[in-house]
Design a protein around this ligand. Structure first.
Ligand code: ZN
Length: 368
């Protein structure tokens, strides 16, 4: 055996180029254990397509956020002079004027990503959001974005089907979990390997499920049917289905657990992003303990995200992460690490790898 051992100087000559190769060819798998969290849910812009530039945002990530799934907001708030006069709305709740699908958001995000160095790019997973999920052509938009910006995107979303206040503000056909257009989108995501972040409230606002525990949440059966129709699509159900006024029913955790326990839903993950969701989870020590117990039973199925939109400084960006302090303390260290860091790495690394492979075998008609 001894004759195969090389002098250390020779070993160094071999090891050094290998290390270099790993470094330049695999930034996609950058380890982020030195950071506090990876952010699975971040909007670089607000409802009027404004926000920090991506270089300013990198400074906000600083040494806290390792990697970020980054997207715009696909629903633009119209400034209607007839409705709002000179009062220019910047948020969907600040006007009765409609929202409309703003596909240019995808080009904006892609160009922001392309302005970064390779090492900086490795910290982002851009997502495609600028499609109308009621349109049978929505999947074609997604394909066109991949064609136009190969090597950029990891997934689709966050996009919205049923959302309190929002869905009703979009003119035209109302989005539905039963729409074949949505099936086309999720089928295409499975074919390419795109990871999906879907916002769909589990229930209508002020639902009777809060007072009548035996009633099923309005959208629960439809979303389970959707998940079941797409077993090969990796789906992150945003906010566990909760919202600002879609409050957790008494049996909310049991309903979520029933999904996580069922092998038919092994393609389904959920995120605990949004300060409006954190408010429920840290409301009382008892609530935090119940959530922590559930997360510890399914430690690979939950992801942390901020759901921050267009933050103006680091303290605003980090607000939700610190809001969750009671949860981080309640979880055992390994589960906390998975929710904050490694679940993101596993899912988004796999999606990146699959999308790059699909792109290399589907040469774009638009780029040489
Ligand atoms: Zn959302």
């Amino acid at each position: 055996m001894k004759k195969f051992l090389l002098p250390s100087a020779q070993r160094m000559q071999i090891v050094a180029p290998i290390t270099f190769l790993l470094f330049v060819s695999a930034p996609a798998c950058s380890q982020t254990n030195n950071y506090e969290f990876n952010d699975s849910h971040f909007h670089l812009t607000n409802n009027i397509q404004e926000g920090p530039n991506i270089h300013e945002f990198l400074n906000m990530m600083g040494t806290k956020a390792g990697r970020v799934a980054i997207f715009g907001v696909p629903l633009q708030q119209q400034w209607s002079n007839r409705t709002d006069g000179d009062r220019a709305p910047t948020y969907y709740l600040h006007s009765d004027a409609p929202l409309y699908y703003y596909s240019f958001t995808d080009a904006s995000i892609a160009m922001a990503y392309r302005s970064l160095t390779k090492e900086q790019q490795a910290r982002f997973d851009p997502m495609i959001t600028g499609f109308n999920p009621t349109d049978m052509y929505a999947a074609d938009h997604i394909r066109r974005v991949l064609d136009t910006f190969p090597g950029v995107f990891t997934g689709i979303g966050e996009f919205v089907v049923h959302k309190e206040f929002v869905t009703a503000k979009i003119p035209g056909e109302v989005a539905s979990l039963r729409n074949p257009a949505l099936d086309r989108v999720l089928d295409f995501a499975a074919e390419v390997g795109l990871i999906v972040i879907l916002h769909n409230d589990i229930d209508i606002p002020f639902a009777s499920t809060v007072t009548k525990p035996d009633t099923e949440p309005a959208y629960l059966n439809e979303i389970k049917a959707l998940f079941k129709r797409h077993p090969n699509t990796t789906i992150i159900w945003a906010h566990t289905g909760l919202g600002r006024i879609v409050v957790p029913a008494t049996k909310h955790l049991a309903l979520i657990e029933a999904i996580l326990r069922d092998p038919d839903f092994r393609n389904v993950y959920t995120d605990i992003s949004w300060d409006e969701v954190a408010k429920y989870i840290v409301a009382t020590p008892e609530a935090t303990k119940q959530w922590a117990d559930l997360i510890q039973r399914y430690p690979d199925r939950f992801l942390f995200g901020t759901d921050s939109a267009a933050p103006t400084d680091q303290s605003k960006y980090l607000k939700v992460f610190y809001q969750y302090d009671p949860l981080w303390k309640a979880l055992d260290p390994e589960t906390s690490r998975r929710v904050r860091l490694s679940n993101f790495e596993r899912l988004f690394d796999e999606a990146r790898r699959r999308v790059r492979t699909w792109e290399s075998t589907h040469k774009s008609a638009l780029t040489p």
